[in-house]
Design a protein around this ligand. Sequence first.
Ligand SMILES: Cc1ncc(COP(=O)(O)O)c(C=O)c1O
Length: 395
Amino acid sequence: MNKFFHKRLDDKLNELREKGTLKIQRHIDSPMDAEVLMEGKGEIIILSSNNYLGLSSDKSVIDAGVRALKKYGAGTASVRFICGTFTIHRELENEIAGFLKTESALTYVSCWDANMGSIPVMAKEGDAIISDSLNHASLIDGCRMSKAERVIYKHADMNELENCLKKVKNANTKLIVTDGVFSMEGDLAPLPEIAKLAAEYDAVIMVDDSHGIGVMGKTGRGTVEHFDLLGKIDIITGTLGKALGGGAGGFVASSRSVVDTLSQVSRPQLFSNGVPPTVAGSALQAIRTLESRPELVDKLRFNVVYFRNGLESMGFRPLESESAIIPIIIGETAQAIKISNALLGEGVFVTGFGYPVVPEGTARIRIQISAALDKEIMDKALAAFKKVGAKLGLL
Ligand SMILES: Cc1ncc(COP(=O)(O)O)c(C=O)c1O
């Protein structure tokens, strides 16, 4: 053991602890739901999970996972192309493609992998990637893995996007990469304007809609549905670890050519196992549940408006957004963490985010709304916000 190496890491952790910015992992002893049993805290209201539709603890979703586990076992114990794949993978991929109205879809063990594994394939040397400055870390890292030229446009700024497109006009493929719903702001990518520019400059669009699917659009098909662009976006990626069951897993939904190419050369497809059957079974059921119960999306939307109005009426000023993400900018990381801890003391779990997750000086608490919440629970949570807001001088 190199004790100096380990000590340097401990010193860094102690530094974070002293600054009050060390992240603490809470332990939960029950399924993810509107309320959970948190170790050492008791029953806590959850406003920090991506369980947007409340399907993580849905009986049919759990049962489907158990059935798949019993039928297929724990997994393939290998990479899919080496020893074959389960029929439930094909079923899930067909379901995703059908749901998002694309020709085909391919699953990965996470959306992180889907983004990292697909961007370097879609944009290579001689190509260009044009990326929103607030894109999710997995998109950023995926872009970094590519040998294409990379240019970044100011968040959602269409003049800058156009300038970037002009700058890379000689690239073979011009790939515009954006989140659908931006995870730390909650706002939507201006997809109609992006699509217009893409058509004008002969670019390809890739949207990561991890926070949009199950949330946006009349039937929960995401930001692309919200803007009436289903069938018109080249590549959609997303996670199965949020609204669609909340287990894990991600996907790329696109044309058959994109999906077949990724199956051939995308590195996580060639060198890593497929989604475990339990996860595939639960995610498949979650999509089917959403398709048969689109009213879950209406319930989520009602809850978002109810909670946002409640916060605003007591004097909080959250960022504007149409999604289920309601951020309140605090400023300093330590202060955001302090507010988060104070809310937890009142029985409400809301995470405080600081640098490097968000830019320095823009630390925030991020509230995430779920269809699993009912009015009584939301009122309890709002009362906690009022108490903490008054105590810490936020109102
Ligand atoms: C926009 C976005 N993309 C990708 C991911 C990664 O998803 P996964 O947990 O499936 O890797 C996240 C998760 O936080 C996300 O918010």
